[in-house]
Write a protein that binds this ligand. Structure first.
Ligand code: ADP
Length: 352
């Protein structure tokens, strides 16, 4: 390539550089002759002057480039790459000025990974939610049929079936309540709550409210909190988050053999933050599950969760509540020893 060609290309490079998405220009010999910073970051192997095929091993894209060079119209092709996880791109291949017969082609890439991931999550979410609702609904319909037929005049069976039907209906209600809470919190996620909330008062209220459940499960609730610890937040949401964590600790750490175990609710000030932790001494959670626990409907043991009245949405709710408060949720566990769930929120300035 001569110096004058490079000089002519200067405006092209400047134009490409102004684009946010990765973009490059390819010459008649399918060499990369100009590329922007986004392209260089994505494809460091694609050096100027070298064949495109060296950097982009994507037959569909190379075929589209060939078609564009042979007079084809602009087209968009898909390109996926493992990096180390699958990244999905859309590559727009456009001939530049076909009349000039330069056979130059402009490639622009759009990263669709995030959009695809969101699409997948939406599809999975609808499938999961429908499945969760269909199971109790099928049970309900079965019992309604039995009550209308075979068990019509059997008073004892009616009592038993109605009890099961009530339990299934409550399960559906819990699920719908959790789904509605989740969507309400998500809708407000950008609005940071502004009220002064005493986290110590919330911890005490939760411990009192769950004393019955704790006793049923032979759990001793131990509260270690200052008199007051005021953060900025939404009282109902924080109550819900703490309740979910303590309820999980009670449900999942109860000893099947009936030995009493403690669940410790701790509250302390640390680096300008109020940190609330819930520690149990149950079987714990294997490391590979920890990062996924806050996904909707993710459960370590689905049967156990359902048997304990779980919807699989509790920790997803906690995560969203904490995120809305600009805090962070931490989960830590040693299998065989127990788990600790904790979150920190900024302290309210000028509070005692
Ligand atoms: P669920 O309604 O099933 O309790 P969550 O979102 O609250 O849903 O929790 C997700 C899963 O994480 C639970 O099904 C359970 O497997 C696991 N889990 C949560 N908390 C604990 C805990 N303290 N100890 C052991 N496992 C837990």
């Amino acid at each position: 390539m001569t110096g004058s060609v490079t000089a002519e290309l200067m405006p092209v490079t400047a134009l490409l550089e102004a684009l946010n998405d990765p973009a490059a220009m390819i010459d008649a010999g399918t060499r990369v002759i100009a590329a922007n910073a986004a392209w260089r970051a994505l494809l460091p192997a694609a050096r100027l002057g070298q064949p495109l095929a060296l950097a982009l091993r994507a037959p569909d894209v190379l075929d589209a480039v060939a078609r564009a060079q042979q007079g084809g119209a602009a087209e968009t092709v898909a390109w996926s790459e493992r990096r180390p996880y699958i990244h999905d791109h859309e590559v727009h291949v456009a001939p530049l000025d076909p009349r000039a017969n330069s056979r130059a082609v402009l490639l622009t890439l759009r990263d669709l990974t995030e959009i695809r991931r969101t699409e997948r999550m939406r599809v999975d979410f609808i499938a999961n939610a429908s499945h969760e609702l269909r199971t109790p609904l099928t049970t309900l319909l079965g019992f309604i049929e039995t009550l209308q037929g075979a068990a019509r005049d059997d008073a004892a069976a009616r009592e038993r079936f109605l009890a099961i039907m009530g339990e299934q209906a409550r399960r559906m209600k819990r699920l719908i309540d959790d789904l509605l809470s989740l969507s309400r919190i998500e809708q407000n996620e950008r609005l940071v709550p502004q009220a002064a909330v005493d986290l110590a008062g919330i911890a005490r209220q939760v411990a009192d409210g769950l004393a019955g459940l704790a006793a049923e499960n032979r759990i001793r609730l131990v509260l270690d909190a200052p008199e007051a610890l005021v953060v900025t937040g939404d009282r109902d949401e924080l109550l819900r988050a703490v309740e979910n964590l303590v309820e999980n600790a009670i449900k999942y750490s109860a000893d099947d053999n009936g030995a009493e175990r403690p669940v410790e609710i701790g509250l302390e000030m640390r680096d300008g933050h109020g940190r609330l932790s819930v520690r149990d001494h149950g079987p714990g959670i294997a490391r590979e599950h920890l990062p996924r626990l806050t996904e909707r409907f993710y459960r370590v043991d689905a049967g156990q969760s359902r048997a304990k009245g779980g919807t699989g949405l509790g920790l997803a709710l906690v995560k969203h509540i904490v995120a809305r408060h600009r805090g962070r949720l931490h989960a830590d566990s040693t299998p065989g020893k127990g788990s600790t769930f904790a979150f920190s929120l900024p302290l309210r300035p000028n509070s005692p």
